[in-house]
Ligand binder design. Structure first.
Ligand SMILES: Cc1ncc(COP(=O)(O)O)c(C=O)c1O
Length: 445
């Protein structure tokens, strides 16, 4: 077993030639210790002003799907801005109509026919929480307000989304401000998770429960944890039994990331509400969406009670960009490629499965993860203060690859891989070898 090396007293790497640390300090409250200045991006690479090319194996924050720098996306953006600056989100525009049409016709799971656009994942989940509550109120069930989340999950950084999720480090400072949503054991650490969810619903009182929200594959909080195949179908049954709505948070898994258009399709489950973000506009625009069935929306329509919008929601620019990104994915059959490319990357990462500090290699499609532990044999984690996942990312950056640090709670040290869908074989090899060199550098091997 390799031992952890103490936090290194070595030079801080820098990724900029032209920017001094003082200038970069102004761009955030708590600047990263590594001055990282990205000047441009193309394909699967980020370019710094000191001439380095960094392979974007994390797709930013598991966002980039068609790759960076597509000219046809830029052209659509320019054309749209000539047509519109801004319109209030309740108005329809050609861009918004076209996007909704494409989503319903070609992308969304059957039955999800109503769209509500936002500017990102947190906003979308927050709106989904409002939607399920408004649904029950409008339907004459005002006692239903609780939304049950999973004990290992991340749904965003607003206070409501932090509450309904359970990402311990991200919640920590804000606990007194978080409404008390119930949580259910996660399916990764608990064999009978669907039965346990039923117990939570019964304990809370089914008549008080509005919805259950789950990530199909747990991302930031757990490093690409895939549930057992029976979990989602059983959850659907449990929700139906108690009149509870099912929200699938597909902010990270959606739009092809796991090798299907949406991850719930792996288990042939139809949620009542699906939340999307990240891949919807491929990172070219801040964009998210809440997608619902007619049945969810009907009581609101009946009561003439709309959901309040976010000022910048459904911006024509963002709608036009998302529509173009989805069109490119359709034309180049990129979702279809994810399964094959993901299998190749998975095979390369599986070569690390016997490493003494690897607990598991896991994931679906191009949403993959490795969980790091101090000792593989016992599963003992590293001391939390060692921040191993962050240090793996720092070492990988020095070797020219960006990987996404993740994990929380009992699975605190994970590295996630969510590269653009256009990844090549040579890049897969680079990701594998750099990841191995990076964990070895962290543990002093
Ligand atoms: C599953 C999930 N939901 C919600 C969010 C929040 O999205 P955003 O960061 O765009 O607000 C994330 C972000 O990582 C996520 O992974």
């Amino acid at each position: 077993m390799l031992s952890i090396s103490r936090a290194p007293a070595r030079r801080q790497p820098s990724y900029t030639a032209g920017m001094d640390a003082e200038t970069l300090r102004r761009t955030s409250f708590v600047p990263h210790s590594t001055p990282f200045y990205v000047e441009r991006a193309k394909g699967s690479y980020l370019y710094t002003d000191d001439g380095r090319a960094i392979l974007d194996a994390g797709g930013g924050a598991i966002v980039t799907n068609i790759g960076h720098g597509r000219k046809e996306v830029a052209d659509v953006a320019a054309k749209t801005l000539e047509q519109f600056g801004y319109v209030v989100p309740t108005f329809s525009t050609p861009q918004k109509v076209a996007l909704a049409e494409r989503l319903v016709a070609n992308w969304l799971p059957k039955g999800l026919t109503r769209c509500f656009f936002t500017s990102g994942g947190s906003e979308s989940v927050d709106a989904a929480l409002r939607l399920v509550r408004a649904h029950h109120v409008a339907a004459g069930r005002p006692e239903r307000w609780k939304v049950i989340g999973s004990d290992l999950s991340y749904h965003g950084i607003t206070l409501a989304t932090l509450s309904v999720a359970n990402h311990a480090p991200r919640r920590a400072a804000f606990e007194p401000m978080l409404p008390a949503f119930p949580h259910t054991p996660n399916p990764y650490d608990n064999e009978n998770a669907a039965a346990l969810l039923e117990q939570v619903i019964k304990k809370e009182g089914p008549d008080t429960v509005a919805a259950v929200i789950l990530e199909p594959v747990v991302g930031s909080a757990g490093g690409a944890m895939v549930p057992p195949p029976e979990f989602w179908p059983r959850v659907r049954e449990v929700c139906d039994r108690y009149g509870v709505l099912l929200i699938a948070d597909e902010v990270m898994t959606g739009f092809g990331r796991t090798g299907k258009k949406f991850a719930v399709e792996h288990w042939e489950v139809a949620p009542d509400v699906l939340v999307g973000g990240k891949g919807l506009a491929g990172g070219y625009a801040p964009m998210g969406g809440v997608f619902a069935t007619e049945a969810v929306v009907a009581p609101l329509v009946e009561a003439r009670q709309d959901l309040m919008f976010y000022t910048f929601a459904a911006h024509p620019l963002c709608c036009a960009i998302a529509d173009k990104v989805l069109e490119i994915m359709e034309r180049e059959q990129l979702v279809e490629q994810v399964a094959a490319t993901g299998a190749r990357l998975r095979k390369r990462l599986d070569a690390l499965a016997d490493h003494p500090n690897v607990r598991e290699v896991r994931g679906l499609g191009l949403m993959l993860g490795i969980e790091w532990v101090k000792e593989r044999r016992t599963g003992e984690p590293f001391p939390a203060g060692d921040r191993v996942a962050n240090r793996v990312t720092a070492e990988a950056l020095e070797r020219g690859v960006w990987v996404y640090p993740s994990g929380s709670g009992t699975h605190q040290d994970c590295t996630m891989f969510g590269p653009p869908f256009v990844l090549t074989g040579a890049e897969i090899e680079t990701i594998g070898s750099v990841t191995e060199a990076s964990i070895n550098a962290v543990v002093g091997g």
